[in-house]
Design a protein around this ligand. Structure first.
Ligand SMILES: Nc1ncnc2c1ncn2[C@@H]1O[C@H](COP(=O)(O)OP(=O)(O)OP(=O)(O)O)[C@@H](O)[C@H]1O
Length: 311
């Protein structure tokens, strides 16, 4: 992999035209983006979208088939770079024979400038009692906190979290996100993957939405929401007229999707006024018109829907 080192110190991660194939499955397909230092970025997407694969390449755990991955100005495999990265992955595997505190001390010992133990405990909510337990005796939530503590142990500049809040209760979740925000305020860069649109909306400066190994949308939560929350309207078509109405509305550039469900035709558009004016001016044979705003979750489903699900 040849690296074109970016001199711009404000860039924490630069991904250029990266692809990764597993057998016949193209898990990541020509993806490019950069992450700014001090930013909190969410990678969002349905199961199998390629989130973990791209994260693994940023961590140097997987090699891209094509393209370049530059992290903190170098290769993610460089020791100098690795020492400045912390990661919390989905699977937590720790040394069962050691107590949590001993594991943490061991890992801190690998770094030239580790985070103070007191700060690790304060940021993660781990207490002395938790640290005196063997990892095998810890609850799922405590293990998650230990994993967070291990990610922070080296006082990294760049943190990767793969679905970090799975298994955390509400209080632990709140603490986690307030810690993440304070870390970003210190200038650390954070990238996390999640399935929860609300968490991304509440905590990220930027959302990169993955679908089928590609970026389907990229922007601030407000920008993404504006796109996700595209409005829809629905109506019933007079018997035998649906095909003609679909053909007419498909020809309208502002119509981004059409879906038939339980006898109603749903029209997705950023310009509901235009669609309504066409219906009335052209006296399309429809009745029982409804305007639907749709929830964020529904809208996310629309953006990541497979083509065959849309008429
Ligand atoms: N080691 C592997 N061998 C074969 N296929 C793989 C491997 N890792 C991932 N894949 C496939 O690549 C695609 C992307 O997987 P990936 O784990 O990156 O998705 P994801 O977005 O993280 O999904 P999830 O939300 O379920 O964690 C999937 O189709 C998956 O089955």
């Amino acid at each position: 992999m040849s690296l074109n080192i970016t001199q711009n110190t404000a860039v924490a991660v630069a991904i250029h035209n990266v692809s990764k194939q597993f057998g016949s499955k193209r898990a990541v397909d020509g993806v490019s983006f950069t992450l700014q230092q001090g930013s909190i970025t969410a990678i969002l997407g349905p199961n199998g979208a390629g989130k973990t694969t791209i994260l693994s390449m940023m961590l140097g755990l997987l090699e891209p088939d094509a393209g370049t991955v530059e992290v903190l100005g170098g290769s993610p495999k460089d020791l100098k770079v690795r020492r400045r990265i912390g990661a919390m992955l989905q699977e937590v595997s720790v040394m069962d024979s050691l107590k949590a505190g001993e594991i943490l001390e061991l890992i801190r010992g690998y770094y030239p400038k580790p985070m103070e133990m007191a700060e690790v405990m304060q940021l993660t909510g781990l207490n002395q009692e938790d640290l005196s337990k063997r990892a095998t005796k810890m609850s799922g939530g405590q293990k998650r906190k230990l994993s967070f503590a291990l990610a922070l142990a080296g006082n990294p500049d760049l943190l990767f979290f793969d679905e970090p809040t799975v298994g955390l209760d509400t209080t632990a979740r709140r603490l986690f996100w307030s810690t993440v925000r304070s870390l970003a305020a210190q200038g650390k860069s954070i990238l996390f993957t999640t399935h929860y649109l609300q968490e991304a909306d509440d905590n990220a400066d930027r959302i990169v939405l993955f679908k089928d190994g590609r970026i389907a949308a990229d922007g601030s939560p407000a920008e993404i929401k504006a796109r996700l929350s595209r409005k829809s309207l629905s109506f019933q078509c007079r018997s035998g007229t649906a095909a003609n109405i679909i053909a007419r509305l498909e020809a309208v550039p502002d119509v981004t999707g059409l879906q038939q469900e339980q006898g109603r035709l749903h029209v997705y558009t950023n310009n509901t006024d235009l669609v309504l004016s066409i219906i009335f001016k052209e006296e399309l044979p429809v009745h029982d018109i409804q305007m639907d705003q749709g929830s964020l979750d529904e809208a996310f489903e629309q953006l990541t829907a497979r083509k065959e699900e849309v008429v």
